[in-house]
Design a protein around this ligand. Structure first.
Ligand code: URA
Length: 227
């Protein structure tokens, strides 16, 4: 939105009276006097008129070590949610940048910056999500080759980007995928009649779960290029 529209709406003023707010130096954008109203105002810009704050939203980025048994949602009437683990006044502003199933643990990002969350979750951005996976059988060469070639998901009508697979043991691997389809990892293994018995997300793009972030803990961080 333009700055003059925001000020005009707040003041309930027409164009002429709104202009006067600027000409008399009463409007500040991010702490600096704005002499004209043509600036584009983003969600995280601070706007003040005299001593009144019109908007001052702080961008927040939370990384959490999600425990098993907790739902990745902001509201759930049956189970506790990841949001219940953040006892802060601003928690209601946050949304999830990608979900994990109730019985998946690991790295989860919450933010109030939708540009940032989209940069992590849009498949076109090709951000890798790295999981440690255990299954109830052998991960064969056929499984690996199929994952590496990409798989057709009929429900969503998409072919997945080639996944990265690195075996840890006969029934355990690191798997990197570039989308976040519903139950994607479980559905990939289910094609080969393999059931995922343990699933843990270790990284999203360049963000790796810090070793000292204990299960259920969270911390704020600042992504590169954030406002
Ligand atoms: N794939 C799944 O099946 N579950 C998750 O929680 C994440 C990816």
């Amino acid at each position: 939105m333009r700055l003059d529209r925001l000020v005009g709406k707040w003041a309930g003023a027409g164009k002429r009276r709104t202009r006067a707010f600027f000409e008399s130096g009463r409007v500040r954008l991010n702490g600096k006097v704005a002499e004209e109203g043509g600036h584009a105002v983003g969600k995280f810009d601070r706007v003040e008129v005299d001593d009144e704050i019109l908007q001052a939203m702080v961008p927040r980025y939370v990384m959490m070590h999600k425990p098993l048994g907790v739902v990745s949602a902001t509201i759930d009437h049956e189970h506790s949610t990841v949001v219940d683990l953040i006892a802060e006044s601003w928690v209601g502003e946050l949304h999830l940048a990608g979900r994990l199933d109730r019985f998946t643990s690991g790295l989860l990002i919450l933010t109030n910056d939708s540009r940032y969350s989209e940069s992590l979750t849009e498949p076109a951005q090709k951000v890798g999500k790295r999981y440690r996976v255990k299954v109830n059988g052998e991960i064969s060469q056929e499984v690996i080759a199929t994952f590496e070639a990409g798989m057709w998901f009929a429900k969503e009508k998409v072919r997945t980007a080639p996944a990265g697979v690195s075996l840890i043991g006969p029934s355990e691997c690191w798997l990197t995928i570039y989308e976040g389809k519903h139950h994607q990892v479980k559905r990939m293994f289910a094609r080969f009649d393999l059931k995922v018995t343990e699933l843990h997300r270790e990284a999203i793009g360049d963000l790796t779960l810090p070793e000292d972030l204990q299960v259920g803990e969270w911390r704020l961080f600042k992504p590169e290029g954030s406002p």
